[in-house]
Design a protein around this ligand. Sequence first.
Ligand code: GLC
Length: 419
Amino acid sequence: MKKYDIRKTPGDTSWFTADRFGMFIHWGLYAMPARHEWIKNIERIKDEKYDKYFKFFNPDMYDAKEWAKTAKNAGMKYAVLTAKHHEGFCLFDSQYTDYKATNTPAGRDLIKEYAEAFRAEGLKVGFYYSLIDWHHPDFTIDGKHPRRDDKNIEELNAGRDMKKYAEYMRNQVRELLTNYGKIDIIWFDFSYAGDYYNGMWGKGKEDWESEKLIETVRGINPDIIIDNRADIEQDLWTPEQYQPEEWIRDDDGNLVVWEACQTFSGSWGYHRDETSWKTPEMLIRMLINTVSCGGNLLLNVGPTARGYFDERANAALSAMGGWMKYNSRSIYNCTQSEFAPPADVRYTQNPDGCLYAHIYAYPFKELKLPGLSGKVEYMQFLHDGSELMFKEMGGDVYVELPHVKPDQIVPVIEIILND
Ligand code: GLC
């Protein structure tokens, strides 16, 4: 198979580009208002008001082992959990803050259980760590802060010291990377230096002291995968809530390692009333489309305030798992194909000489695969390994298909190529 020249980066992405499918988990106090993880910002909620969530946070049904099993059954190979989101609340027992799960009715380190459970299921373990912090007393008010429209911003900002905040982040990241075993991914979020709001600039690498932050991370774990949102390009490009239609390139035109992150319904945190849930077919296509353009998919779950994945999330994950059970060979270890597919088909290909045709619109009797004549040794449906007969004509291959579409949301043809 064609060897793609991918931009070299400091971390080890070899496992990552083989695994292809991960679980994002957004969990924090915002699971309680259950109307968006940005709720503190959107409703400009003051700390004193937001404190009620801290006071009553009690995820009595949290079972990290169950989360890990659910992720594994969905076909996911790694996970990234919010150790701290923009609200500033820490799911882990940090010695640098009191604003953490151990001081709520939860009464324990929720990150520890996650790391142990996911590792035990053989999944790789990642942390999301928010650069933005709407609780820390040294984080200056800016245009994305809940207090952005207050009259006395100068007064509020007096005495706040971003240098101290940057050090706080380094300290916490050191804790996250040393207290929970080997961490495979750290996902910083996010930079907005160019944003301007009412006389206030946003924040970027100077504010986060990103170079030092990244040095701290690499000093502990040189191989770890770091995303690009600390405003310095690292290992991972992270398109959010849209699907790239071709392999992403950096500014110099090099192909990069990329991961699309997507929600089930729009909000990342648990949202009780959102009805815009994607269908299983849409989700499965998202995964296929992503891999067909050389990327990974990080699909998000927002657990409830009681700590479990709700019915809707479980149903979506089990549909993904149902498809992955029979078809994951077209996802793992696969990437963009060297061949161009016909309309309504997406190709993925692996270095072991298999090409996979994902059929989005099931045709009558015959599927034409242009340009494959002389290249195919054998063909079968992937889900049941049943042979598919084919003819070759004028440089093309014509696959004979049964009249009835197999009972697969997206049927896949496994095409074993000649050496
Ligand atoms: C955004 C949002 C955030 C979410 C993230 C996931 O940057 O601020 O709520 O965590 O994207 O990619």
